[in-house]
Design a protein around this ligand. Structure first.
Ligand SMILES: Cc1cc2nc3c(=O)[nH]c(=O)nc-3n(C[C@H](O)[C@H](O)[C@H](O)COP(=O)(O)OP(=O)(O)OC[C@H]3O[C@@H](n4cnc5c(N)ncnc54)[C@H](O)[C@@H]3O)c2cc1C
Length: 459
């Protein structure tokens, strides 16, 4: 007998399980396809840090058992590690496996079906909609066909469903390699516990250790004995290797027992132009919902998933799932997160061009304070404040060129914010025109600051 659901979700990461929960809670018949075995769901290589505001924004109160450690803010250090700035804001280090298992149990308790150890192999279209997917159980012969009214791609930074869709669908966009960071990290039980900064998630700006990214030290227990330490570098033709840099610069500093090691890719760019098309939604890393500047994506993955799931549920109830009936998902996401994210993509490219000297100078001279960086994370307004507030100081300190560059960055950040907020199309038929306009603004900006995006990814 054919297997048929209201919604099939590919990927049981934080995004897929958030969407699944929202849909089963509304009474829909949902299946989640996941390549990992059930007991490894949640086992994602990650820095594990998340601002607690993400949970409250979703109205969640996760159990304390999923929290390893609490932070009172983020501390950012200059390349020499002599200067630091504290960005206030509560956060936690989550235990990713326990968190994933908690998200999964909510879905299963409400009647969701899990196909663990199953991979998506193909999709079949009918009347310009996805009719069914074809999956395979890992290590077993034979294929299975699963039908649904609607599908959600939550398969992560290298998505598995999206690239199988017709290339004329706007969900099939292929990003640049430099739109990603490649990262490597280890979780270590230290021989000698940390003796300071245990209450902070710590970020080190250093273009030698982490070109086009940063390296981090996120304590995972109140004694400073267990740490999550790693680095991300910009992906691309330069061929930076995060593991090589880890072994060279970080391993000698953090001796102890290795508890977990792994790498991954992080999409550090603006969101997909649309999160919905025909009867398909895309959420989380698969839709590039990560914050381009700090690379945090757990919170925004869940947020995008919740928005898409709600709009998909409304469309299912109304009897027709397509981009028109789900369009509100885009408007909502761009308003709450996407517009800020897109304007931070502009800042990200500029930051990736700065050198250690620049970061040292900025932090030494206190050009930015913690509160403004916090605002940057929540509103994307840092550059505005610097140009207005300390422009004179920058000139006095002998860096007028920096001020000019910041003016360019500010102007493009504002342009992009307007594009994603005020000019985002009201209806899907205007999307193509908007994509062309947006791409031309990004291309113009790249030329203006001399940013070479490199080749497009192959998938
Ligand atoms: C090294 C690193 C450090 C990070 N640090 C942080 C941090 O400290 N804080 C933060 O907020 N964010 C961090 N991020 C980003 C964050 O982890 C992601 O944004 C978030 O986990 C994305 O969730 P997701 O559900 O969209 O994707 P994923 O968690 O990647 O889930 C996708 C799921 O789909 C499954 N899947 C993929 N293909 C198939 C297929 N063909 N068939 C079946 N299943 C499939 C995968 O197995 C996976 O379980 C980090 C990322 C990396 C790589």
């Amino acid at each position: 007998m054919a297997e048929k659901y209201d919604v099939v979700i590919i990927g049981a990461g934080v995004a897929g399980l958030t969407a699944a929960y929202d849909l089963v809670a509304r009474g829909f018949k949902v299946a989640v396809i996941e390549s990992k075995p059930r007991n490894r769901i949640g086992d994602k290589t990650c820095g594990d840090a998340i601002g607690t505001h993400h949970f409250s924004e979703l109205g969640w109160k996760p159990p304390s058992s999923i929290i390893d450690h609490e932070y009172s803010g983020v501390k950012i250090y200059s390349p020499s590690e002599k200067y630091g700035v504290v960005v206030p804001g509560e956060g936690v280090s989550v235990n990713r496996v326990k968190f994933g298992q908690w998200l999964l149990s909510r879905v299963l308790d409400h009647g969701g079906i899990l196909y663990d150890s199953h991979v998506l192999v193909d999709v079949a279209l009918k009347n310009s909609r996805v009719e069914k997917i074809i999956v395979k159980k890992v290590g077993e012969p034979g294929l299975r066909e699963i039908y649904a009214e609607a599908f959600i791609d939550a398969s992560g930074a290298k998505p598995s469903l999206r690239p199988k869709l017709p290339s004329e669908w706007p969900l099939a966009e292929r990003p640049y390699m430099t739109d990603f960071n490649i990262a490597y990290r280890e979780v270590i039980e230290l021989e000698k516990p940390l003796d300071s900064d245990i209450e902070y998630a710590i970020i080190y700006l250093n273009t030698e250790v982490a070109p086009g990214g940063y390296w981090w030290l996120f304590p995972k227990d109140p004694e400073g004995r267990i740490i999550n330490v790693g680095l991300g570098v910009v992906w691309g033709p330069q061929g930076y290797n995060p593991r090589h840099n880890y072994n060279k610069y970080l391993k000698p500093r953090f001796k102890g027992k290795l508890l977990h090691a792994g790498g991954g890719i992080v999409p550090t760019r603006r969101p997909m132009p649309t999160l919905v098309w025909r009867n398909v939604g895309v959420v989380g890393d698969a839709a590039y919902t990560v914050n381009p500047v700090h690379g945090g994506g757990i919170g925004s993955s869940m947020l995008s998933a919740s928005i898409v799931a709600r709009n998909m549920a409304n469309a299912l109830e109304a009897g027709r799932v397509d981009e028109t009936t789900m369009w509100k998902a885009n408007k909502e996401y761009m308003a709450v997160y996407g517009a800020k994210q897109a304007s931070l993509d502009i800042l990200r490219m500029y930051l990736q061009k700065l050198a250690n000297d620049d970061f040292e100078w900025i932090l030494k001279n206190k050009i930015v304070d913690g509160a403004s960086i916090y605002d940057l994370g929540t509103k994307g307004s840092l550059v505005e404040e610097i140009v207005r507030g300390v422009g004179k100081l920058i000139r006095l300190l002998g860096r007028p060129s920096l001020l000019n560059q910041l003016r360019i960055v500010r102007s493009y950040m504002n342009k992009v914010k307007t594009l994603y907020l005020d000019e985002y199309p009201e209806t899907p038929d205007k999307l193509h025109e908007w994509i062309l306009k947006t791409e031309s603004v990004f291309n113009e900006y790249r030329v203006e600051i001399g940013y070479d995006p490199g080749p497009r990814v192959r998938w």
